[in-house]
Design a binder for this molecule. Structure first.
Ligand SMILES: Cc1cc2nc3c(=O)[nH]c(=O)nc-3n(C[C@H](O)[C@H](O)[C@H](O)COP(=O)(O)O)c2cc1C
Length: 185
C-alpha cells in the first residue's frame, strides 16, 4: 500500500493535555502505510467571514497543510458536551470560502478522551455531524471514546495500559484500511 499522509488535529491547547499524549501515542501505533503529523491549531485567528477574500497568513498555511494531507484524524477532549472552540475554529477556517473547503472528500476518524466515564461521546458525535456537511467520510467502527484517560499514561507521558494500547493499534489498522479505500485517487 502507498504511504498516506494524515493530518492530526488535537482539540486541546493545554501543556499537559491527555489528548496530545494520546495523539502522540497514535502516531507511534500507526502502521507504516500511515504517516501521521500533528498540525497545530492554537495560533489560528478566530474565523471571520470578512477575511475570506484576504485570509491571514496562519489561515493560509493551515489550509495548505490540510489540503496537502490525504486524510484527517481528530483527537479531542469534550468541552461542555461538545467540541472545544479551538477545534471548531480550525474546522471552520479550513472549510471556507464556500465551495473551497480543504476537508472535502478526505477520509477521517475521531478519537475522544476524557477523565470521565463517557470518554467525550458528545464531542465525538458533534464532530461527526460537522463532517457529514463537510463531506468527510468518517470511520464508523471501532467507535473510540477513551474514558478514564487521565490514568492511562506514565510520568513520561507514554501510554502505559496494555489493553488500551492494543485497542488503539487495532483502531489504527482499521483506519489505515479506511483511508486506503476512501482516499481521493
Ligand atoms: C471548559 C471545559 C469543559 C469541559 N467539559 C467536559 C465535558 O463536557 N465532558 C467531559 O468529559 N469533560 C469535560 N471537561 C473536562 C476535560 O475532559 C478535561 O479537562 C480533560 O483533561 C481535557 O482534555 P486535555 O487533557 O486533552 O486538555 C471540561 C473541561 C473544560 C476546561
Amino acid at each position: 500500500m502507498p504511504t498516506r499522509n494524515v493530518a492530526v488535529l488535537v482539540g486541546s491547547l493545554r501543556r499537559d493535555s491527555i489528548n496530545r499524549k494520546l495523539a502522540n501515542a497514535l502516531c507511534k501505533l500507526a502502521p507504516p502505510e500511515l504517516n501521521l503529523q500533528i498540525v497545530e491549531i492554537g495560533d489560528l485567528p478566530l474565523y471571520n467571514q470578512d477575511l475570506d477574500a484576504n485570509p491571514p497568513e496562519p489561515w493560509r498555511k493551515f489550509k495548505d497543510r490540510i489540503q496537502a494531507a490525504d486524510a484527517v484524524l481528530f483527537v479531542t477532549p469534550e468541552y461542555n458536551r461538545s467540541v472545544p472552540g479551538v477545534l471548531k475554529n480550525a474546522i471552520d477556517v479550513a472549510s471556507r470560502p464556500y465551495g473551497h473547503s480543504a476537508w472535502n472528500g478526505k477520509p477521517g476518524a475521531v478519537v475522544t478522551a476524557s477523565p470521565g466515564n463517557i470518554g467525550g461521546f458528545g464531542a465525538n458525535h458533534h464532530l461527526r455531524q460537522m463532517m457529514v456537511f463537510l463531506n468527510v467520510p468518517m470511520l464508523q467502527q471501532p467507535e473510540t471514546y477513551i474514558g478514564g484517560a487521565d490514568k492511562l499514561f506514565d510520568a513520561q507521558g507514554e501510554l502505559a495500559n496494555d489493553s488500551t494500547c492494543s485497542f488503539l493499534q487495532n483502531f489504527m489498522q482499521t483506519y489505515a484500511q479506511w483511508v486506503e479505500r476512501n482516499a481521493p485517487r
